[in-house]
Write a protein that binds this ligand. Structure first.
Ligand code: B12
Length: 212
């Protein structure tokens, strides 16, 4: 089945809250893709379409919520285990700033770990707690996931305070508001923006080279 058709079937199963059908379609997706490809090529676009449908009023928030929950379970089940040959540099962490969308952060975290990076998982934090913790942990790299615009705008304060501390922490951001507006990451003072979990790995690898 073509990717577009798989996305459509998966999305339909999610919207009708048909967990078995969603599982079935996802197994079909996995038959010809790695777990990460399956997530990036089918799960993420299906959820994005559901988000857009919610915005134009054709699906209810409960459908969005249940779709998110189903996908969290699926993703948790298939993401690869950590690579034992971990790269310990630079000290890194990932966080969801201020909002309750955690799926993207979990995917980026798993993919980073599966690619050999060790990083703190801060979960969900507010600005003050995040800045304090990042400095206390002597981070060199901070990955921030923000899915609603108010959270994305708060990245500005985080970046300003980290820069003012002189700790030299690099900040990469990702999530819907940064996908909707491709200049937003610069406006909030981040050092990089990624469209996907694979981008996160590429960004940190690039910085590692530069920090050597
Ligand atoms: C599922 C979902 C929910 C679920 C979340 C469940 C959960 N446990 O996560 C629930 C129902 C709870 C929810 C609630 C709300 N939501 Co919502 N939600 C979504 C939806 C449909 C999908 C998000 C998702 O999980 N995507 C799948 C993941 C894997 O993708 P991702 O997060 O984008 O991550 C990928 C990349 O962006 C990237 N990435 C992510 N982070 C990072 C970080 C770095 C450093 C890098 C490099 C890459 C990277 O890699 C990931 C893997 O590919 C989006 C639609 C969309 N277009 O995103 C709306 C969306 C994010 N929600 C939105 C809104 C408005 C809300 C609510 C305010 C609705 C309401 N009125 O109550 C609440 C807010 C709750 C809160 N305070 O946080 C809006 C935000 C709009 C905006 N500009 O602010 C969106 C965009 C929908 C829309 N089109 O309007 N939501």
């Amino acid at each position: 089945m073509a990717t577009d058709e798989l996305i459509r079937s998966f999305r339909e199963a999610l919207e009708s809250l048909d967990r078995l059908r969603a599982d079935e379609v996802f197994s079909q997706v996995l038959a010809s893709r790695t777990p990460i490809e399956a997530v990036e090529q089918v799960v993420v676009p299906a959820l994005e379409q559901i988000g857009t449908a919610w915005q134009d009023g054709s699906v209810a928030l409960s459908q969005v919520y249940m779709s998110g929950r189903f996908c969290e379970e699926l993703v948790e089940r298939v993401l690869p285990p950590s690579d034992p040959d971990r790269k310990h540099q630079p000290r890194s962490a990932i966080v969801v700033l201020n909002d309750y969308h955690r799926l993207g952060e979990r995917i980026v975290y798993s993919v980073m770990r599966a690619s050999g990076f060790e990083l703190f998982d801060y979960g969900r934090m507010e600005v003050d707690e995040l800045v304090e913790r990042a400095l206390a942990d002597r981070l060199r790299v901070l990955l921030i996931s923000a899915l609603i615009l108010p959270s994305a705008l708060k990245v500005k304060e985080v970046c300003a305070r980290l820069k003012a501390s002189g700790a030299g922490i690099k900040v990469a951001v990702g999530g819907a508001p940064f996908l909707f507006d491709d200049q937003l990451w610069r406006e909030v003072g981040a050092d990089a923006m990624g469209h996907s979990a694979a981008d996160a790995v590429g960004i940190v690898r690039g910085w590692m080279e530069a920090m050597r």
